[in-house]
Design a protein around this ligand. Sequence first.
Ligand code: HAM
Length: 419
Amino acid sequence: MDITAPRGTNDILPPESLKWQYIEDTARDILKRYNYQEIRTPIFEETQLFQRGIGEATDIVEKEMYTFDDKGGRSITLRPEGTAAVVRSFLENKIYGQAQPTKYYYFGPMFRYERPQSGRYRQFHQLGVEVLGTDSPVLDAEVILLGLQILAELGLADLEVLINSVGCPECRTEYREQLRDYFAANLEDMCSDCQSRYDRNPLRILDCKSKECQQHLEGAPEIYDSLCTECSEHFDQVKNHLDELAVDYTIDPALVRGLDYYTKTAFEIVYTGLGAQDTIFGGGRYDGLAEEIGQREIPGIGFAMGIERIILALEEQEVELSLTVDLDLFIITIGEAAQKTAFKYLAKLREAGCRVEMDYLDRSVKGQMKCADRTNAQYSIILGENELEAGVATIRNMQSGEQQEIELHNLVSEMESRT
Ligand code: HAM
């Protein structure tokens, strides 16, 4: 076949899809405990939402968006992330008129035209949370704790929490000048990306991974001296809350994140076992985003974690998830009449909550036994002409080999009592 899935996309097949369900179920359970509710926004949005929200000078907006004109001539973009759309929805639906804060979460595919490699895809999936309507540093600590708890309950260990403050537009104006002064002398030796970042967004230079820039990054001024009193106090309080929760973290002055909307707290949770793409989740505060999108001052904070990266980390750490798909009962049939009867029993058993299956391919009894084995059925039962006539059949425990004769009309209650 010459048609394949587009580059950078993945099919999620069973049994792999069970892992996805397990991750989602675990996360939903924890999100409920933290009082977050699900929001679902469209997969595509007007392009200008991301241009204004994420920032024109970011890699995402400059190089990575899937943007096209629809048949009505509107510029549409497949969402590269979830935050801008959540804020758009919050404003459009006037949720700010309700009691605050609003705590949302979302799961879903995101799209970025990146160079695919392990842990980096063009369609990938995020679990994100966004808290709108409060600038309390308690929430900064809460979202970090929430993310860590999800990963811990999935069984992941050895995670590193990196935090920073990127200040507000006022603090950054001063800091940008300091960075420009510092990098000016070596700009010619730096990579072309950093040369263009120098004018437009010198903070991003701090995040540069290219070899030629590394030596110039050491000794760069840190933002902390430029933080205004409010941002500085806010950062102190976030750190205090994390200390009180006994969360281990490292302050990383070079953590600037790739989206322009961040203010004050920025953080990333890293698992170094993942190699180059080692950030499992990242986020931060975005107190100016609602104003950028809808001229309203609404503070917000959130994070998004990459589900593919969680799965890679689980595999790397050899975490065994308890994924059960085993059947309760496999009905083996001999002949057409038995097949018909079995099909009726399947319906009744499924109504009663049992996981049951039969053969649809007219396999031999031996072949059907193999199917029962392959599906890890706990019990099997053989239905043939004799059984139908007598109204009795033998139910077999597939593990112990124990057998018991039962009256067929009791099959549902028998299975209910056994499962
Ligand atoms: P982000 O850092 O761009 O932040 O992405 C968050 C996470 O999504 C990453 O840490 C990574 O796990 C995953 N991810 C990103 N790009 C890819 C990719 N190409 N392939 C696989 N996984 C990827 C945001 O998206 C912000 N909206 C997070 C946020 C929410 N900030 C505040 N609220």
